[in-house]
Design a protein around this ligand. Sequence first.
Ligand SMILES: [Zn+2]
Length: 254
Amino acid sequence: MKAVLIEADTISSAWSQLIYEIYKNGEEHKPDYSMSTRRLHATVAINDVDNNQINSFVPFGENLIKKYKEELTEEYAEWYISLPDDDKRKFDYCYAKQLFRYGETAYNTLSENLKNLRVGSRRHVGVLWENEVHIPKFEDQPCWIAYKLELLNETDVLLYILYRSWDAYGGFPANLPAIVEGFKKVFREKKLPYRIESLIATGWDTHIYESDLQAVEKIFKIAQLCPKCGNLTPKHALISTTKGKVCTQCKCRM
Ligand SMILES: [Zn+2]
């Protein structure tokens, strides 16, 4: 499988570049039970996780992002595990439950990791995948399976994220802002001085579903990556400069 590294200043730019890369260079793949995809192995490194999270071509609105952010909290995990087993609101896996109350042991990996976070250590890992539960299952396992926190200095945290399978088009732009917000909320509530300095996310199988390819094709008919910041920008909104065409934001910064 083709492997790519995408370096971006913002989540919006990372999504734009990733969609472009998969659309142009991804390989066709037929998974055993679900829809065909175009895929690659991708690692995405993002410098600023706070600003410009959502590109205007993301296939859903701010409200859905807000909902995802609310669902990646400890309160949500508590509410979710309080539901009876046959409750219709239960779904195949709940990331908040996996993140804050790992399995039947209710072991909060994030709280435990934050207790002994120290500069230079590479051991602050949390796993959302439960071997006993997920290996025997045929489908519907968590896609996001692990994270690692690395404290770079007194305040700056490098956050690593790992996906076994990752929907780049519809999943990525909702997942990353929600994960970032979920971690930031815990830092705030525990009154810790930490900030997410940068994020490195890896998807072992990062894909666009066949059913989304037409929508992606349409995007690239009317938009392109800004050569300077890598954000998907409507072609008509690119501005000519002495250094080539750039988006309005880049033009303002020149
Ligand atoms: Zn730009």
